[in-house]
Ligand binder design. Structure first.
Ligand SMILES: C[S@@+](CC[C@H](N)C(=O)[O-])C[C@H]1O[C@@H](n2cnc3c(N)ncnc32)[C@H](O)[C@@H]1O
Length: 209
């Protein structure tokens, strides 16, 4: 039988990882209260740490999952680490389309394994807000090439814990062959190139609209 309700989330994170530590670290460092997670699927871990999270996905299983909002809220309320009531919203829309939140609404934009979120959804991020990007689909590379964002740190797994590092940032996004990154190729293949120094997660600040 297919997993339903919160079991669907628990089954998912047992394989994909809940990544609680990552959101915990980022939220602690940058005082985040509101986040946008385009291409979230059923990954509601951010709501355990961040009081208001806006999820977006077009996947049928994600749409079915978020219909059980009461069960999701009940789970979050019993597992969250903040004192405010949790607020979640889900929108089943292609994230390249107009979302129903206002521009510059969130403190954190989450981009994990879901395409070029930094490009499509940057307008919803406040100036000074944080983009957390993984590079498997090339989105960290995309953000690095975008002058709306400044690389301010990376997350590194050291001795069983994630640490934010902000030194030697100029050493990231350098190809081994010394060539410039071919952004057309990144866009076409939706894959980040191999770099001589790579991080687990990249942290950018939005510097302008
Ligand atoms: C590989 S899953 C990753 C899920 C989650 N981000 C994680 O890291 O566990 C990618 C998700 O992004 C969604 N997605 C990709 N492109 C999208 C788009 N343009 N609009 C909405 N959802 C999208 C897919 O439907 C899928 O559920």
């Amino acid at each position: 039988m297919k997993a339903k309700g919160i079991k669907q989330y628990l089954d998912y994170v047992s394989k994909a990882g809940d990544r609680f530590d990552i959101f915990d670290k980022i939220t602690e460092q940058y005082a985040i209260k509101r986040a946008l997670y385009p291409g979230s699927y059923v990954h509601i871990t951010p709501s355990l740490i961040i009081p208001e999270v806006y999820y977006v996905d077009t996947d049928k299983k994600a749409i079915r999952f978020f219909r059980e909002k009461n069960e999701i809220i009940e789970f979050i309320e019993t597992s969250k680490i903040y004192s405010e009531n949790s607020r979640i919203q889900f929108e089943s829309i292609d994230y390249w389309q107009e979302l129903s939140i206002p521009p510059q609404y969130v403190d954190l934009l989450i981009s994990q394994f879901a395409g070029f979120v930094s490009k499509a959804c940057q307008k919803y991020l406040k100036i000074g807000g944080i983009l957390l990007a993984y590079d498997s689909h090339g989105d960290a590379t995309m953000a690095h090439s975008d002058d709306h964002f400044e690389l301010i740190g990376i997350l590194k797994y050291v001795k069983g814990k994630y640490q934010i590092e902000s030194n030697k940032l100029e050493s990231y996004f350098k190809q081994r062959n010394g060539k410039q990154v071919n952004m057309e190729k990144v866009q076409k293949t939706m894959k980040g190139p191999k770099y001589s120094l790579a991080a687990d997660y990249y942290i950018f600040r939005k510097v302008k609209d």
